[in-house]
Design a binder for this molecule. Structure first.
Ligand code: HEC
Ligand code: HEC
Length: 415
């Protein structure tokens, strides 16, 4: 297998200077602000510190975070069927906006030719305000999936990645892997612009392309709160919930979704464990990560679009705080078949059935359960589960000696 040369070397070297980079980011932003003609890629602000990344002022960030953490009640539109009471019920570790062990249940029907959603949709709500509305999985629905709550910290930078950047990665992968690896670009509907699509990047299946689309759907699907973009109430496995729904739809006029989206966009990216990252072992491990080919999918470095770029079909202008930033998400945000796919079809059609998005590895050290369904409990187990497109890379991992494996795991533990 013709694995590419170690393009991580620069990043590994620069990880010493993360602290410096964060400090100087402010200066660089000022310079860009003054000149506004040159485009210098600076490291995105990183930290588990509840600080704004500069997209909004810290005071606004704090107020928006209160909404992300707000526990909704029936009087505020919660339910009648739902999964949890606040965004932060599920996105919480190690700070608000992180991931958690909470799973969401999905199901569907696959007859060998076609995938169909069950009555009422593929999200099966775990909670209801009345027992007659309890949803359950039917024996007839042969596709069943648990999905862990993913991290949203740093998502504003992911949204600011140009479609072309992700498409270019997909194009390059076959030649990096003797044709074994080819990420699938998913074109997702932008809910806020009917008819418009953009390269999907959010969710375990890259099913959404914009944070407004994702968050508005989460509001309706996870908490049962209808809003301008998702004005139709959930049902209980297709049964109407009207009898127990006292509020007029849409229950939220959209300002809350907008402010929650402002919060998500303003979060900093998950930081490395700087001490561990600077250790000899982690630095050797970073080289091995690239050498065995993990980074063909788990892309170490991406750069966001320049300031002023119009994204989301022209509805969002990439602001200076999110623009021309270097990020290290360790994902290509493309779908791959590594043999773990959950069979669920969302954006992108039937060809995505057995694929999952390359899990971003930033913040990995805060995760207790791995793979979309938490079916791997150690990092090494999750690597060994990589088959399909990743078979050759997994073999290369297995061929590492004990010291090299340890180095790679120390590196992963620093993410
Ligand atoms: C019951 C738990 C739960 C609640 C409540 C919840 N989420 Fe999530 N969230 C998830 C799960 C599970 C995923 C992964 C979704 C998938 O791909 O199936 C996710 C994914 C996301 C993502 C995509 C991150 C990525 O890159 O994959 C965003 C953004 C998000 N949620 C925002 C929100 C917002 C905003 C709220 C509140 C309005 C919210 N979530 C409420 C469980 C939850
Ligand atoms: C062909 C693309 C591909 C390659 C190569 C690859 N991965 Fe992955 N990786 C994925 C996908 C896709 C997932 C998500 C699978 C799922 O959720 O079912 C994943 C998940 C993971 C996870 C779990 C993360 C989480 O949050 O649950 C870890 C850890 C991981 N990969 C590490 C590695 C390492 C280390 C290597 C190299 C030895 C590697 N991967 C090679 C595509 C790849």
């Amino acid at each position: 297998m013709n694995l590419k040369k170690n393009k991580n070397a620069d990043f590994v070297k620069s990880s010493h200077h993360v602290r410096f980079a964060v400090q100087s980011a402010f200066t660089i932003t000022l310079i860009i602000g003054c000149l506004n003609t040159i485009s210098v890629a600076a490291e995105a602000p990183a930290g588990f510190d509840n600080g704004s990344n500069g997209f909004v002022l810290q005071g606004d960030f704090n107020n928006d975070k209160v909404l992300f953490e707000k526990r909704h009640t029936v009087a505020g539109g919660l339910g009648p069927v739902y999964n949890a009471q606040s965004c932060a019920d599920c996105h919480t570790n190690p700070i608000t906006g992180g991931s958690s062990q909470v799973t969401v249940l999905r199901a569907g029907i696959y007859d060998g030719k076609q995938f169909t959603n069950p009555p009422g949709g593929q999200v099966i709500h775990d909670r209801a305000t009345h027992p007659s509305l309890q949803s359950v999985v039917s024996d007839k629905w042969n596709v069943r999936s648990l999905r862990l709550s993913s991290n949203v910290l740093g998502a504003g930078f992911i949204e600011a990645i140009d479609d072309r950047t992700l498409k270019a990665i997909a194009q390059k992968q076959p030649q990096q892997s003797k044709g074994k690896i080819k990420g699938q670009v998913v074109m997702a509907d932008l809910v806020e612009v009917p008819g418009a699509k953009r390269v999907g990047r959010f969710g375990w299946k890259s099913q959404h392309a914009s944070l407004l689309s994702f968050n508005a759907e989460a509001f309706r699907s996870e908490m049962g709160i209808t809003n301008a973009l998702f004005p139709t109430e959930n049902t209980a496995n297709g049964r109407s919930v009207t009898k127990y729904d006292t509020m007029v739809d849409p229950e939220n006029n959209g300002w809350e979704v907008a402010l929650i989206t402002e919060f998500v966009r303003a979060t900093k990216v998950p930081p490395r464990d700087l001490k561990l990252a600077a250790s000899k072992e982690a630095m050797a491990g970073a080289k091995l990560f690239s050498k065995v080919g993990c980074d063909i999918c788990h892309t170490a470095t991406l750069t966001t679009a320049p300031s002023g770029t119009l994204v989301n079909a022209g509805t969002f202008t990439v602001p200076a705080a999110l623009a021309s930033k270097t990020i290290h998400p360790y994902s290509d945000f493309l779908l791959h078949d590594i043999g773990t796919g959950d069979g669920i079809v969302q954006s992108g059609g039937l060809s995505t059935r057995s694929k999952m998005r390359t899990a971003p590895l930033w913040g990995l050290r805060t995760r207790t359960r791995l793979l979309h369904d938490g079916s791997a409990l150690t990092i090494e187990d999750s690597i060994k589960r990589h088959k399909g497109e990743s078979t050759v890379v997994t073999q290369q991992f297995n061929n590492l000696n004990t010291l090299q494996k340890k180095q790679l795991l120390v590196f992963l533990g620093s993410l």
